[in-house]
Design a protein around this ligand. Structure first.
Ligand SMILES: NC(=O)c1ccc[n+]([C@@H]2O[C@H](COP(=O)([O-])OP(=O)(O)OC[C@H]3O[C@@H](n4cnc5c(N)ncnc54)[C@H](OP(=O)(O)O)[C@@H]3O)[C@@H](O)[C@H]2O)c1
Length: 283
């Protein structure tokens, strides 16, 4: 390869995506930082100016196949290659199975799973032709452990985990590395966005769910305050994977997250995980 590696990142208006765009630019990538609403680009431009780097900003809504195809075609037309895809865009939803309507379920799956599937599918032919590339997907501890009131979100993140674990050995045959980044809590815009999207459901909760949700959200707030990482910490991890000659498939991003996940691995009955979250629902 001659010239700078080219990175395409989704969801760069805020949080992990914004910081990843800056960190990859600092690491010498040509960064195509995408967002579904380019009207939100000012925060990224300010962060780039502060870091003394520049990125290209373009439109990409991961829920829209036309938008995916246009963005990928444009990057290949202008740069001739795609070396790194960061599947970062994501959105949560709070509500248990009984309160999750079809539209909320489908939007959650479209954003967190189908978007990843369709964008990965769109870049793979180019990466195969290059015989190289990295596809780094931000899932979550919620892609390894189911969590109450997050059934739709966890289902979507589990789906990404299954997809990528299946694809990774095959992609390796073509010189393409796949990586999963699995954070626990991160203090970004995420929680506020989830609460806004789920406001109607949360406001209409009846007993026994209302009390359980209140307890769960209270204890989860404590967890974010105590153990939450910053968007930039996750971005540095993504940048390290993007620049590694032999990146690990799976990166659980904090000791707190590793401890949670290990309870699943060491207990084949699955009871330990249920206990962790049942505790958070207790008064
Ligand atoms: N924050 C956490 O506690 C946490 C924990 C584990 C994993 N994660 C995962 O980390 C990733 C980054 O989240 P974050 O914490 O940085 O949250 P964030 O600040 O809310 O950022 C999410 C980004 O995704 C974008 N997005 C949402 N729907 C989109 C769509 N249809 N097309 C394109 N972009 C879309 C958002 O754009 P808009 O500004 O237009 O909404 C925003 O740029 C997500 O995959 C999330 O699931 C987060």
């Amino acid at each position: 390869m001659t010239g700078q590696p080219v990175a395409l990142i989704t969801g760069c208006s805020t949080g992990v995506g914004l910081h990843t765009a800056v960190r990859l630019a600092e690491a010498g990538h040509t960064v195509v930082a995408t967002m579904r609403d380019p009207g939100k680009q000012q925060a990224l431009l300010d962060a780039c100016a502060a870091a003394g780097v520049s990125v290209e900003i373009s439109l990409l809504d991961v829920c829209n196949q036309g938008s995916i195809d246009a963005a990928v075609t444009d990057v290949i037309a202008r740069h001739g290659r795609i070396d790194v895809l960061v599947n970062n865009a994501g959105a949560g939803f709070l509500g248990s199975v009984e309160q999750t309507g079809d539209a909320d379920l489908r939007r959650t799956m479209e954003t967190n799973f189908f978007g990843v599937w369709n964008l990965t599918k769109a870049v793979l032919p180019q990466m195969r032709a290059q015989s190289s590339g990295k596809i780094i997907s931000v899932t979550s501890v919620g892609g390894l452990l189911g969590q109450p009131f997050n059934e739709a979100y966890c289902a979507a993140k589990f789906a990404v985990e299954g997809m990528m674990e299946g694809l990774a050995p095959l992609a390796k045959q073509f010189g393409v590395d796949l990586c999963l980044v699995e954070p626990g809590p991160i203090n970004t815009e995420f929680v506020a966005s989830v609460r806004a999207t789920s406001a109607a459901v949360l406001a209409s909760l009846q007993e026994p769910y209302a009390t359980l949700a209140q307890r769960y959200m209270g204890s989860t707030g404590d967890v974010f305050a105590t153990y939450g990482q910053t968007g930039d910490e996750i971005a540095r991890i993504i940048a390290a994977l993007a620049t590694s000659a032999s990146p690990n498939f799976r990166t659980i991003t904090s000791e707190f997250a590793k401890a949670m996940v290990s309870s699943k691995v060491v207990d084949p009955t699955g009871n330990s995980v249920i206990k962790i979250f049942a505790e958070r629902l207790k008064g």
